[in-house]
Design a protein around this ligand. Structure first.
Ligand SMILES: [Zn+2]
Length: 359
């Protein structure tokens, strides 16, 4: 089966060239959830593009049960933004905005939606709410057409209008220098364990501008309002995650192969892909409140003794800050697992040396 491809213009440049997204869609052949997977919203986080390429090859040979939409290179402007050897694609270079805080909050009109539709069956309610979210999108799109917007906001609305039509959303990122980790809401814990990622950070259920939140928070709020106003229980049908596939600037085919297998395992659990999934239990799963920064107390050249993936105890030596002949030991203020490390050894006071998921 060949994918249906689409080219979507996202930015016209000063010289008149056009930047576009290329999307790949495999139509589902059965009754299964629809899936949206994008990669590389942050320009230097390229590993997910390899995984999507492998997913395309897989679905060409093995058509999915549910419809699968794949968007590699989700931010072409960010990907092309080089500064020396480094890819400066996390922030918009003009506005300074983090691209993954620019999605649109679709939580509007929920009370009147509940009043009009609360007696529908679970399935009809779900279908109708997907349509409601699309109409909120259209209002925002009309607003942009009439009044314009920054590139990042327009890009995010374009991506979101595809993502919000699906029950399953995987936003593939990487961190700085990091082990694989997953941002996932606690209510999906049974399902997301099948992604086979050892370190899970349980996200808040509030909207702060990221894609995963943009996808599931409107449903959480629907669930809350149904209970509050009508005493009705409702199961949130949307599972959305930010999947951190390791370190920025790196691209590994062998890791992409393993990551593909684990995503397919998850899709087997969700009946999107046929086959028996393997059960997996994450090693560490904690609330996002437990995910803390360890900051440089002064500037210097940081030499590390501990690395992402290491478990440390409070007081353990993490490394040293070197300034000319002086050397300052940096000790961990927390016990837990180191997840992410600052990518450069050149640090000023206040730079976040590590992120640690605390015990
Ligand atoms: Zn990212």
């Amino acid at each position: 089966m060949d994918a249906i491809t689409q080219k979507i213009p996202v930015r016209n440049l000063a010289n008149g060239d056009q930047l576009s997204l290329k999307t790949y869609q495999f139509k589902g052949s059965g009754n299964a959830p629809n899936v949206y997977i994008q990669a590389n919203l942050h320009g230097s986080e390229v590993q997910g593009n390899l995984v999507i390429q492998k997913l395309i090859e897989y679905f060409q040979k093995n058509p999915p049960q549910g419809t699968v939409t794949l968007v590699p290179n989700a931010n072409p402007y960010g990907l092309n933004q080089k500064m020396g050897e480094y890819t400066f694609g996390r922030f918009d270079p003009v506005t300074g905005d983090n691209y993954n805080r620019l999605y649109w909050n679709l939580c509007s009109g929920i009370e009147s939606f509940v009043e009009e539709n609360w007696e529908l069956s679970e399935q009809d309610l779900t279908n109708k709410y997907f349509k409601h979210l699309q109409s909120v999108h259209l209002d925002f799109q009309t607003h942009i057409q009439n009044y314009g917007s920054h590139y990042g906001r327009k890009l995010c609305l374009t991506l979101q209008s595809m993502a919000n039509q699906n029950e399953i959303v995987l936003d593939l990122h990487t961190a700085s220098t990091a082990i694989e980790h997953l941002y996932a809401p606690a209510y999906t814990s049974e399902a997301h364990s099948y992604l086979g990622i050892d370190t899970v950070i349980e996200t808040q259920l509030e909207f702060e501008g990221a894609l995963d939140e943009a996808c599931f928070v409107p449903w959480i709020q629907l669930q809350t309002k149904l209970k509050e106003l009508k005493g009705r229980d409702f199961k949130v049908p949307v599972h959305a995650y930010t999947v951190e596939l390791g370190s920025q600037e790196l691209a590994s085919q062998s890791q992409a192969e393993e990551q593909l297998e684990r995503i397919l395992n998850y899709l087997k659990f969700q009946n999107v892909v046929s086959g028996e999934p393997t059960i997996y239990t994450p090693q560490v799963s904690r609330s996002v409140d437990q995910y803390k920064g360890i900051f440089a107390p002064s500037g210097g050249i940081f030499t590390a003794d501990k690395f992402p993936g290491d478990f440390v105890k409070e007081g353990d030596l993490l490394g040293s800050l070197i300034v000319r002949e002086s050397k300052k030991s940096i000790k961990s203020p927390y016990s837990g697992v180191l997840v992410n490390q600052f990518a450069s050894s050149v640090v000023h006071e206040g730079i976040e040396l590590y992120r640690i998921l605390c015990d």
